[in-house]
Design a protein around this ligand. Structure first.
Ligand code: NAD
Ligand code: MG
Length: 384
């Protein structure tokens, strides 16, 4: 029986994780759940999974959950509550699926407590990759990818040696605006940006897909997870999202993982690794599909991808600043305050004002994160 704490349980990854647990009650048990403000969904989850501990973002939300559930679940809140869920003594595995950089402290706490990590929260590695990977090594814990591209690469690396790898190739659907011109992008609305062609996901990552920042964050995530330099990490546009990513080896062999786009597959792989368990998901019918398409990414139309590569190569506090500026810019776009193209402009502006700290401590990273958020909130020139 694998006992699991799930951070971000009411979100898209969180609910898919619970569906995997439902399919394998004999293998997985929920110890802890943490979420932000979705009280109704949390109440349902507590009734169904009877966890030992639950945390909500605020005291008010925690009180509402407490009033509505029976049983012995301890219900707490805030950053401390989140860390309590992440480090609960009964959990051996922590699924990190909160959105954004607030996932970092909780993920670090879980690592320090010796929990195996199933990582969906890519912002954790973008913001603090150097420190997270060092701490994981020190604690002897595995960080298993849930992001579909990284799960694909991880699957293609099984039984192989990392020094035989020539490069990693991350596939990208291209998001909602794959074929749009810059003129069209300038007028893109919130609703259009939230309309992802292949995946149903949380709002923040869906906007990141539309700007292609998501792929940029994933390039940095891959750098940290697999320890390869940026010249060995490529991106290819693949509109169908059937090939989830590839590894090219020095002998010219390319290994890929394919499947219908269903996040339950990479979630379950992280939970069951190194085993594979059955999962009810539709089989991929290649003959019916007929053809798959690939083309190079367009760094001119999607400068966020370019900025992410550059920030990754610079290292230090720069990826932290990129990530924080992006989170704030996306929040401003979602709130209706700025245009779609203002997202990239805000990030570029904040990056241009940043002085990189090449070898930051954890406190330096938190400080860079705070600074970048403040700057990104202040950029007013582009507001519509
Ligand atoms: P989502 O918006 O659907 O869910 C976010 C979760 O975080 C919710 O449960 C929310 O309650 C919780 N949360 C927010 N603020 C919180 C707080 N202060 N304290 C505790 N919990 C809080 O997002 P998602 O799409 O599930 O994505 C989650 C993470 O997984 C992101 O980092 C995303 O990039 C990554 N990811 C998602 C997908 C996907 O298919 N959705 C795929 C790959 C990676
Ligand atoms: Mg992904």
């Amino acid at each position: 029986m694998k006992r699991i704490s799930l951070l971000g349980s009411t979100g898209s990854i969180g609910q898919n994780t619970l569906e995997v647990v439902r399919q394998h009650r004999e293998r997985f048990e929920i110890v802890g759940l943490a979420a932000g403000s979705n009280v109704d969904e949390m109440i349902r989850q507590v009734e169904e999974f009877q966890p030992k501990i639950v945390s909500m973002a605020t005291k008010e939300a925690a009180d509402q959950v407490r009033q509505s559930v029976s049983g012995s679940t301890r219900i707490t809140y805030g950053n401390e509550g989140l860390e309590e869920v992440a480090t609960h003594v009964d959990a051996v595995f922590v699924v990190s699926a909160i959105v954004g950089s607030r996932g970092l402290p909780a993920t670090l706490a879980a690592i320090r407590a010796g929990k195996t990590i199933g990582l969906a929260n890519k912002e954790t590695l973008v913001m603090g990759g150097s420190i997270v990977m060092k701490e994981a090594e020190r604690a002897g814990v595995d960080i298993l990818p849930i992001d579909s591209e990284h799960s694909a690469i991880f699957q293609c690396l099984q039984g192989e040696r990392l020094d035989s790898v020539k490069r990693l190739i991350l596939t990208a659907s291209g998001g909602a605006f794959r074929d749009w011109t810059r003129e069209q992008l300038a007028k893109a609305t919130r609703e259009e940006a939230l309309n992802h062609p292949n995946w149903s996901m949380g709002e923040k990552i869906t906007i990141d897909s539309a700007t292609m920042m998501n792929k940029g964050l994933e390039v940095i995530e891959a750098h940290w997870l697999f320890g390869l330099p940026y010249d060995q990490i490529d991106v290819v546009i693949h509109p169908e999202s059937i090939v989830h990513s590839l590894v090219e080896y020095h002998d010219g062999a390319l290994l890929a993982e394919l499947g219908t786009p269903d996040m339950k597959v990479p979630i379950q792989y992280a939970l069951s690794w190194p085993e594979r368990l059955p999962l009810s998901t539709p089989s991929l019918d290649l003959a019916m599909l007929g053809s798959l398409h690939f083309r190079p990414p367009d760094f001119e139309r999607f400068p966020c991808l370019k900025m992410a590569y550059e920030a990754g190569r610079t290292g230090g506090t720069t990826p932290t600043v990129l990530n924080a500026a992006n989170e704030e810019a996306v929040a401003r776009f979602l709130a209706g305050g700025v245009s779609f193209l203002a997202i990239e402009e805000i990030i570029a502006e904040v990056l241009s004002r940043h002085t990189n700290h090449p070898d930051p401590s954890l406190e330096d990273l938190y400080e860079a994160d705070r600074w970048a958020r403040e700057m990104a909130k202040q950029c007013r020139i582009y507001a519509v």
